[in-house]
Design a protein. Structure first.
Length: 71
């Protein structure tokens, strides 16, 4: 996702990591906005419910989103 483009979480898929992602507040239907990348691109900080959460690419690939403009 490009930085500062808001998307809506459609689905979480992928085993045990989904429970941790849910605990961080990333659930189906919530809005997710990438705010900035680390110098080498991993991890990425996301704004979720007025909180910044950093996720590594290996964890964020379990989150399926739809661009907010498409809804």
């Amino acid at each position: 996702m490009p930085l500062n483009q808001t998307a809506v979480v459609v689905m979480l898929k992928g085993g045990k990591i989904c429970g941790r992602i849910n605990d961080l507040g990333i659930v189906e239907g919530c809005e997710l906005t990438p705010v900035f990348n680390a110098p080498f691109g991993d991890p990425v900080a996301y704004s979720v419910k007025h909180t910044l959460i950093a996720l590594r690419q290996k964890d964020s690939r379990h989150i399926y989103v739809r661009c907010k403009d498409d809804i």
